[in-house]
Design a protein around this ligand. Structure first.
Ligand SMILES: Cc1cc2nc3c(=O)[nH]c(=O)nc-3n(C[C@H](O)[C@H](O)[C@H](O)COP(=O)(O)OP(=O)(O)OC[C@H]3O[C@@H](n4cnc5c(N)ncnc54)[C@H](O)[C@@H]3O)c2cc1C
Length: 160
């Protein structure tokens, strides 16, 4: 979009995850969940447990900050005690592409008739991918849309 002089207000919101080998499966949740008191979510992948947390404004910095990871290890100890292998944990940080209104930009770029956009899905990119793709494909093919009003608004965009 930059060569067109269009500025997309999509800002990185950093999150962290830690994936622990499971030592004792009986002490680890079988099903994924969200703990709204501790603001973490967790999911089991076979013999590993992944715990994710944190929404941090740190620009494009993807470094692993120990204070943030501690939120996750503290929760892991609280929930699973010694059922996890803390010595062999895999650590990760990534950037969620967030818009000011949180909903993505989906639609046609007003100034260019053959340029469409589907971006800025933030913390729900995976969940919204199939639906957003379907809506965009329908719009591009001139089909009637099953949903409208889903996109963030902007003066450069004809939003869906
Ligand atoms: C911290 C965080 C938490 C999230 N939580 C959720 C959530 O709870 N629910 C949800 O729905 N979504 C969530 N998301 C969003 C979700 O993870 C993304 O929307 C989704 O992973 C995007 O999938 P993708 O395949 O399009 O891109 P990616 O997963 O980014 O995959 C792109 C791949 O292409 C590779 N690649 C890039 N350039 C090249 C190149 N030139 N050559 C070869 N390979 C290349 C990359 O290495 C990468 O493996 C989260 C994102 C983050 C960062």
């Amino acid at each position: 979009m930059e060569p067109l002089g269009i500025y997309l207000p999509i800002y990185p919101v950093k999150g962290y995850s830690m994936t622990f080998p499971i030592l004792n499966g009986n002490q680890v949740p079988k099903y994924p969940g969200i703990d709204e008191d501790h603001l973490v979510s967790y999911a089991r992948y076979g013999n590993r447990l992944r715990i994710t947390s944190v929404a941090e404004f740190a620009g494009d910095d993807e470094s692993l900050v120990s204070g943030r990871l501690k939120v996750i290890t503290d929760f892991a100890h609280w929930m699973c005690g010694d059922a996890l292998d803390y010595a062999n944990v895999e650590q990760w940080a990534g950037l969620r592409p967030a818009t000011p209104a949180t909903s993505p930009y989906i639609g046609r770029v007003a100034a260019v008739s053959n340029l469409w956009i589907n971006a800025g899905h933030g913390q729900l990119g995976w969940s919204m991918s199939a639906g957003s793709g379907r809506l965009l494909a329908d719009a591009m093919s001139g089909e009637s849309l099953e949903l409208t009003g889903v996109s963030s608004k902007a003066n450069w965009l004809i939003p869906l």
